[in-house]
Design a protein around this ligand. Structure first.
Ligand code: NAD
Length: 423
């Protein structure tokens, strides 16, 4: 099953529970526009390489298309399509006036020099420029793209349209029109929602053991914020493997050690020594083993389809926080539900990133820049409101949080489409 078929399955499930108008379901099941490009780049050795690239504009009923650009060798049209549809749904869950889009280039950026990466990015923008813009379609960073690449996009687009247009992308460096708090936003938004869930269930973070899969931007920052809020971090992994400890791990030390030793899997001894307590220990685990560790909260912050029908029966966590997009396959999801594992779904849990991107667009539009405190406060208000809306729908329809998040989004999209008399 492709990633987009997973998305369609989720839309169909929510539609049937809420009795969504069939025509609205059909609109949500297809993208409005798919752009396919071939991007020629002069390499440093003088040769020419052509990189296939995409931008999918799924839906703009709520506002301009919005979504990241991914540079990865495994990007494909179906993946970009699925991610674009999730963006439409995600923006509607948190009720911000943005639609859904996503882009990608089939490239292994680790094989490119800095100059080659810049030429690839600028050429991609030249091909895409007629379709994007601050009121039309606003890209952002995703896997393997960052603030520097966003600056190149803003610069190239500004040259093409003949005026300074920082609002064509979000996720820029703060000095270039970026927003304070964007780096932490995805993790922070997820932690706000998890805290609400924990409060609702009458649980105390101090008694909850957390394992994080994907100790990168979203996962590493989530670990830090969770420990600040009293949770115990006992395990973490990255692409090379992970560790699980009998004591709580200091996420800042782990982050520093990961930089020095290249992977968290090499940091067991280091984080144990810091504790200076006899009997405590860390063991090295594979990526598969980490997911099945005994813990209360499993944070998924790496890739798609990490929990499937194969490993779902062995998951021991009681709560899953989905910071990655699509980390639980629908078949795995069914098994988790049967076993009483609660998944806080990606379209709610990781919506903090696009929410602060929206704040960045507002700040670019009127040139008035917000403090980090203001960003965090406004983000918390939006995430807590979205959580309450989703919880309310889950109770009303006796559904899972994932189904309720889709229902929340689809009702808003349906209302918007009808108000506009669009069909
Ligand atoms: P990142 O590259 O900073 O971090 C990803 C981490 O996952 C890295 O540490 C990598 O080594 C690790 N990883 C890769 N394969 C793994 C595996 N099999 N097992 C364990 N770890 C593995 O990327 P990020 O920005 O933190 O994004 C992570 C996920 O969150 C992606 O799915 C992304 O789409 C999603 N997301 C990110 C944001 C954001 O603002 N960063 C927003 C929404 C969604």
């Amino acid at each position: 099953m492709s990633l987009f078929e997973n998305t369609l399955k989720q839309i169909r499930k929510a539609s049937s529970i809420m009795d969504l108008d069939e025509d609205i379901e059909r609109i949500m099941s297809v993208p409005q526009r798919k752009i396919e490009m071939q991007v020629p780049v002069k390499m440093d050795d003088g040769s020419l390489k052509i990189f296939p690239a995409f931008r999918v504009q799924h839906n703009n009923y709520m506002g301009p298309y919005k979504g990241g650009i991914r540079y990865h060798q495994q990007v494909d049209a179906e993946e970009v399509l699925a991610l674009s549809a999730w963006m439409t749904i995600k923006c509607a869950v948190v009720n911000i006036p943005l639609g859904g889009g996503k882009g990608g280039i089939i490239v292994n950026p680790k094989e490119l020099s800095e100059g080659e990466k810049e030429r690839l990015t600028r050429r991609y923008v030249q091909l895409l420029a007629p379709a994007i813009g601050p009121d039309r379609d606003v890209p952002a960073p995703d896997v393997n793209t960052n603030a520097k690449i966003m600056s190149w996009i803003a610069d190239e687009y500004s040259k093409i349209v003949g005026k300074d247009s920082p609002g064509v992308v979000t996720g820029k460096p703060v000095g270039q029109g970026g927003s304070e708090g964007r780096g932490e936003a995805t993790a922070q938004g997820g932690v706000y929602v998890l805290n609400e869930y924990i409060k609702h269930e009458g649980l105390d973070p101090k008694n909850l053991k957390v394992v994080v899969q994907g100790f990168g931007n979203a996962g590493g920052i989530a670990a830090k914020l969770l420990v600040e809020d009293g949770y115990q971090l006992i395990g973490a992994s990255d692409s090379q493997g992970g560790i699980v400890c009998s004591h709580s791990i200091d996420p800042n030390e782990l982050m520093q050690c990961k930089v020095e030793k290249n992977s968290v899997k090499n940091c067991g001894l280091h984080v144990t020594q810091l504790h200076d307590v006899e009997g405590v220990d860390c063991k090295e685990v594979s990526n598969e083993e980490l997911l099945e560790e005994e813990c209360d909260v499993l944070v998924l912050a790496a890739l798609e389809n990490q929990i499937t029908k194969e490993n779902a029966p062995r998951i021991k966590a009681k709560i899953i926080l989905e910071l990655a997009n699509g980390p639980v396959h629908p078949e795995g999801d069914e098994i988790l539900n049967e076993n009483g594992v609660v998944a806080i779904p990606d379209i709610l849990a990781n919506a903090g990133g696009v929410t602060v991107s929206y704040f960045e667009m507002l700040q670019n539009a009127d040139g008035n820049y917000w403090s980090e405190e203001r960003v965090k406060g406004e983000l918390q208000d939006i995430m807590v409101k979205a959580w309450k809306d989703v919880k309310c729908n889950a109770e009303k329809h006796q559904s899972t949080l994932r189904e309720a998040a889709f229902i929340t989004a689809l009702s808003r999209l349906e209302a918007k489409i009808r108000e506009r008399g669009s069909f």
